[in-house]
Design a protein around this ligand. Structure first.
Ligand code: TMP
Ligand code: ASP
Length: 237
């Protein structure tokens, strides 16, 4: 499948149309951004690692019955995906407190959240991705009741599948963000699942192995992503 024209350039991925109106190509770039695009850098190998990591995770989710956008890898840093009509919403599940919930609610990083908590955010960099609720989604027409229910259900299903997968690799799935879209009227998981959009800690040492290394200037960002990929047996070469 050939790229025809560029449809959208995000902070870390570029989306291309193809000759098939139902298929897009996602190009995972080396660009890395944090704080709504305020901090940016080019990190060697990151596009390749995230592309292969994402395809591996999405395949595991498909096997568990969760519909995803990914068809297949087409190069080191590109994947062929279904064309979704994306909802401008981020779905976040947290198993352990970290990041914005600590700032908003004044809780200590590392607190176990039992049961895990769920939050919706509006995908809007200029507004700094404000937290929203189901009433906002309905009132502003960002999604319908059945979409909201399906996004919550699928996001928690992802937690069951991935908590177990990461646990076997000696990792704690602290939190993660998912984005969904519509394909022929059905809610399907889109965007990506990579260490750019989740928090992963070593189970024993609680060492951070995700984008917090970039946000917090800890260094060894791609090395940490590769360590996670290696522990999960994601084929990188
Ligand atoms: P937060 O603690 O900043 O709210 O982030 C929660 C999780 O969602 C964390 O794993 C990072 C991820 N996330 C993104 O991937 N992109 C975003 O724009 C935001 C706000 C969070
Ligand atoms: N994804 C957002 C950005 O790139 C927020 C973040 O990950 O910190 O700016």
């Amino acid at each position: 499948m050939e790229k025809t024209n560029e449809l959208y350039r995000g902070k870390a991925k570029t989306v291309y149309e193809t000759s098939d109106p139902d298929r897009l190509i996602l190009h995972f770039r080396n660009d890395t951004s944090a704080f709504d695009g305020e901090k940016v850098a080019q990190l060697d190998r990151k596009g390749m690692v995230n592309n292969k990591f994402n395809a591996f995770i999405m395949q595991k989710l498909e096997e568990a019955g969760i519909p995803t956008q990914v068809d297949r890898l087409i190069s080191d840093d590109e994947a062929l995906v279904k064309r979704l009509e994306m909802l401008p919403i981020e779905c976040v599940v947290r198993n352990i407190a970290a990041g914005s919930i600590c700032r908003r609610l004044g809780v200590e990083e590392g607190l176990t959240l039992n049961p895990p908590t769920f939050e919706f955010f509006l995908k809007n960099d200029e507004l700094h991705d404000p937290m929203i609720n189901e009433y906002h989604i309905r009132s502003f027409g960002w999604g319908e009741d059945e979409h909201i229910e399906q996004m919550k259900k699928l996001t928690f299903q992802v937690n069951d599948v991935l908590k177990a997968l990461f646990d076997e690799a000696g990792l704690l799935l602290v939190d993660y963000k998912l984005e969904f879209g519509l394909y022929k009227g059905e809610i399907v998981l889109g965007d990506e699942f990579t260490p750019d959009g989740c928090r992963l800690w070593d189970k024993e040492t609680r060492q951070k192995l995700d984008k917090d290394r970039f946000r917090q200037g800890l260094g060894g960002v791609v090395e940490a992503y590769e360590e996670v990929a290696h522990r999960l047996n994601v084929p990188l070469d």
